[in-house]
Design a protein around this ligand. Structure first.
Ligand SMILES: Nc1nc2c(ncn2[C@@H]2O[C@H](COP(=O)(O)OP(=O)(O)OP(=O)(O)O)[C@@H](O)[C@H]2O)c(=O)[nH]1
Ligand SMILES: [Mg+2]
Length: 454
């Protein structure tokens, strides 16, 4: 799939006019190709990690004054020769320079091809290469931190070590197959059991961390629901500090769902304001209520809002009971506190998941925000040093776990050849995460999602 004898070129900065554009060349001929279009010091004779001011020329035609950064193999991102040309950020100049470099022997890079080469040349393992894409796409402090941790090695180091130990056992058991007649045991079954338990535990933790990792990477779906007129849309507006949703005293104002992103302490929460839940008065409202119920079941967090002045204890209890869904954390928000007396306020339910606010008067909104963060993130964080954020990793981890459970079930009962098969499967899926096992399809799938120039 990779033709590392070829030198590739692409714009590394975004398309469009900017102060500068950076064109990246990588491959064995990167420096000699750059030299062919270069007026200035001889680039082929300069040290790695140096900057050079010069001119890009097409024969007699001068294209631009630029700075070339030189990285001599293997001390570069791709471990190949790399030249980065910083030119003026005009589309015309950038296109002309790239065309010129292609005319002189480079080829246009495909999406993710620089990072693919970094992987193929052993600079990064596969999960680290994927972290590069996540880092580029990160849009909050938390998602950036998780991607950075993965880029630094994160859990793939840990998995790699466990995998190596398992490889040892696999080869010992293979050896047993060669001596099948003699009925010998080279692989200590108790040790194998301990190791398999340990790997299963680590993998189980990683699998569990996905829910939170995914929330940090992609945002937490958070539904605001309750009876009509409870003040849900007013609350959405208060949280966003913006008049986003229509508010009125007429019950049934919100009919379709409204989604907006709110960042709390570096995490993106996708707030979803919904139609008030009641026996609908017409078809459109009925669809709206249905949609509310669907959104609740797809969410991680439910902010249940009620009108503290109007609702009866029976109504409140019946709402709480009917809206509680497995896997959905519920915060109970008593609204319109500004209309209540001190006595009435005291009578409201007080728990750590209950909070009293006035959406209209913007009272206790910050307190609600920190409860939202706490319920969705903080309470889940403990015990997970590393988080899985990638669905491909999750699937490979789940398949590894299944294979390991087969190993555990079989250790005392099945013959070496079956045991060996199950261990090999576990090794295979573990290897898919770090890239010890890859196929062209897998690599294509991963790197085609990158941007060109990365
Ligand atoms: N006094 C007081 N009024 C509020 C408060 N929050 C909302 N209201 C009023 O309650 C009425 C309903 O508010 P909305 O935000 O439209 O209620 P909703 O839950 O979105 O209602 P639907 O969309 O119809 O389901 C409006 O007249 C708001 O001004 C509050 O904290 N205090
Ligand atoms: Mg509304």
């Amino acid at each position: 799939m990779a033709h590392t004898e070829e030198t590739i070129v692409a714009l590394a900065t975004p398309n469009g006019a900017g102060a500068i554009g950076v064109i990246r060349l990588s491959g064995p001929d990167a420096i000699t190709i750059a030299q062919k279009v270069w007026k200035g010091k001889d680039l082929t004779r300069q040290a790695s990690h140096t900057l050079h001011f010069g001119r890009i020329v097409d024969g007699e035609l001068e294209l631009d004054d630029v700075v070339a950064s030189l990285f001599v193999a293997p001390r570069s991102y791709t471990r190949e020769n790399v030249v980065e040309i910083s030119c003026h950020g005009s589309n015309y100049i950038i296109e002309s320079i790239i065309k010129l470099l292609i005319k002189n022997g480079a080829r246009a890079a495909k999406a993710g091809e620089f990072t693919l080469r970094a992987f193929l040349n052993g600079q990064l393992d596969l999960s680290q290469a994927e972290a590069v894409a996540d880092l580029i796409a990160s849009n909050s402090k938390a998602s950036q931190q998780v991607a950075l941790q993965q880029l630094r090695g994160g859990f793939s180091n840990q998995l790699q070590q466990l995998r190596e130990q398992l490889v040892q056992f696999a080869s010992l058991i293979e050896l047993e197959l060669d001596f099948a007649e003699e009925d010998v045991e080279f692989a200590n079954r108790d040790q194998l059991k301990r190791l398999t338990h340990e790997i299963t535990r680590v993998i189980g933790n990683l699998i569990q961390s996905f829910e939170l990792g995914n929330a940090i990477k992609n945002g937490v779906n958070t539904v605001i629901a309750g009876r009509p007129n409870a003040g849900k849309s007013t609350l959405l507006n208060a949280l966003l500090n913006e008049e986003r949703a229509i508010v009125s005293h007429i019950p049934g104002t919100t009919r379709d769902t409204i989604e907006e992103v709110l960042n709390i302490q570096g995490i993106n929460f996708r707030l979803i304001d919904t139609a008030g839940i009641r026996e609908a008065t017409d078809t459109i409202e009925q669809i709206g209520v249905q949609r509310t119920m669907e959104k609740i079941s797809q969410s991680a967090l439910l902010i249940y809002v009620y009108d503290a002045e109007q609702i009866t204890v029976e109504e409140l209890n019946s709402d709480l009971e009917s809206l509680q869904k497995p896997g959905v954390t519920m915060l109970v928000v008593a609204n319109k506190a500004d209309l209540l007396s001190a006595e009435q306020l005291l009578a409201l339910p007080h728990t750590d998941k209950a909070i009293i606010i006035s959406a209209k008067e913007k009272q206790h909104i910050d307190e609600l925000k920190s409860k939202i963060y706490q319920a969705a993130i903080k309470e889940q964080l403990s015990g997970h040093e590393t988080l899985v954020t990638n669905i491909r990793h999750l699937e490979a981890l789940q398949k590894t776990e299944e294979a390991l459970i087969r190993v555990l079930n079989g250790i005392d009962t099945v013959t070496s050849d079956f045991l060996s098969m199950d261990i090999k499967q576990a090794l295979h899926y573990l290897g898919e995460i770090t890239g010890a096992v890859t196929t062209d399809d897998l690599l294509d799938n991963i790197f085609s999602k990158f941007c060109i120039g990365k």
